[in-house]
Design a protein around this ligand. Structure first.
Ligand SMILES: NC(=O)c1ccc[n+]([C@@H]2O[C@H](COP(=O)([O-])OP(=O)(O)OC[C@H]3O[C@@H](n4cnc5c(N)ncnc54)[C@H](OP(=O)(O)O)[C@@H]3O)[C@@H](O)[C@H]2O)c1
Length: 361
């Protein structure tokens, strides 16, 4: 593999830190740009010899200056939209962890991807798994895909007891170690809802061909079913360094610090359907995706606002879904125009959600 200059956006986060580990393990990878939201980057920049650094603000200026060969977008939330569009438009390889940008700006991203003609490599473990299972198979042979969900820390909780769960309990994910927003999203199943919409855009599949199942140990990351009755599954320890390394070193598959599965100790694989009554955000996401237009953008915006309020201790866990449902009832979901219109749809859904939270308080 020849040298690859990477812009690492969201460098101080969970994905960002693990990406730096992968870079350190592969001499051909180098970091030419670092971005964070508010944490300083001086130490990381010195350690990795990075010239282009930006804290907060519009990262596209940073990308213009650094001219990377690969962008790893590991920013959290809608703040990652600009970088996703910038990268796809220029045909630069995009390693995408920031699922929110594809959910909110899916139509614009697909158009930019078509124009740019570059590679879009999913970093989300389930989507990386689907991508790998699909490799080498003609699209017409595909039947459907299955995304697995751990079910989160509240999988076995009653609906009533969900009213009183704490932030600390929501942040105790059973299988993955991740940033706070996605960890709460995993507990509400909003994360799987975002991933459903992400998969729709990444793999060009209608929603009725994307299934979600709960698989508590997170060993199977995704399953791809083909029209001849065969199904391919992707298995491994739940460790993000694997999909990060796959994306950063693609098409090579480099050694990582993650061990392969040891089957000699036995392996039981359990699957069950998700409970969308206790975890309605999965269903709300599916509906928002099917309605299209700016509904997915509104779903994401309302969810971001509600999760931030929950993390701040301002609302209860169950109010996250209620806030998103109300916001989706109030927005018009108009067709996606340009980026400015999308930014407005995002801001509108945030305002509606904040107003609802203020009146409910
Ligand atoms: N963690 C995982 O295992 C995992 C798995 C699959 C997908 N993902 C996705 O990957 C993304 C990152 O997740 P994470 O768990 O790594 O989140 P995280 O630990 O909360 O880190 C988020 C990163 O984004 C940066 N950031 C926030 N706002 C920004 C802005 N306006 N401009 C530039 N950078 C900004 C943060 O900087 P500061 O530190 O300065 O705030 C931080 O570096 C999310 O979209 C998530 O859904 C994560």
């Amino acid at each position: 593999m020849r040298e690859r200059r990477i812009a690492l956006l969201g460098a101080t986060g969970s994905i960002g830190r693990q990406a730096l580990e992968v870079v350190a393990a592969n001499p051909e990878l180098s970091v030419c740009a670092l971005a964070s939201g508010s944490q300083p980057l001086d130490e990381l920049a010195a350690e990795y010899g990075v010239e282009h650094v930006q804290v907060g603000g519009d990262v596209t200026d940073l990308l213009e200056a650094a001219q990377p060969e690969l962008v790893l977008n590991a920013v959290v939330g809608f703040a990652g939209v600009g970088a996703t569009l910038w990268t796809l438009e220029r045909g630069i390889t995009l390693a995408l962890a920031n699922k929110e940008s594809l959910v909110a700006a899916g139509d614009l991203a697909l158009a930019a991807w078509r124009r740019g003609g570059g590679l879009l490599l999913p970093v989300d473990s389930e989507h990386s798994a689907v991508h790998q299972c699909l490799d080498g198979h003609a699209p017409q042979t595909l039947d459907s895909i299955v995304l697995t969900a751990s079910g989160g820390p509240f999988r076995n909780r009653s609906a009533e007891s969900l009213e009183s769960v704490t932030v600390e309990q929501a942040l105790a994910h059973p299988t993955w170690s991740m940033g706070p927003k996605i960890t709460v999203d995993s507990a509400t199943l909003a994360n799987k809802g975002l991933e459903l919409i992400e998969a729709h855009y990444l793999f060009g599949l209608e929603y009725d061909r994307i299934e979600v199942v709960v698989h508590p140990t997170s060993v199977v990351h995704a399953i791809v079913r083909f029209r001849d009755g065969a199904a391919l599954a992707h298995l491994g320890h739940p460790d993000m360094r694997v999909p990060i390394s796959f994306a950063l070193t693609y098409p090579e598959r480099r050694t990582t610090a993650v061990p392969t599965l040891d089957l000699s100790t036995g392996l039981t694989l359990e699957f069950e359907p998700p409970d969308t009554e206790r975890f309605p955000l999965l269903l709300l996401a599916r509906e928002a995706g099917e309605r299209g237009g700016t509904y997915p953008c509104a779903f994401n915006a309302a969810n971001e606002v509600a999760v931030a309020a929950f993390l701040d201790g301002r609302i209860r866990f169950t109010e996250i879904a209620a806030s998103v449902e109300d916001a989706l009832d109030d927005v018009d979901g108009a067709a996606v125009g340009d980026l400015d219109a999308l930014v407005e749809a995002d801001a509108n859904a945030r305002r509606i959600t904040l107003e609802r939270l203020a009146t409910a308080a």
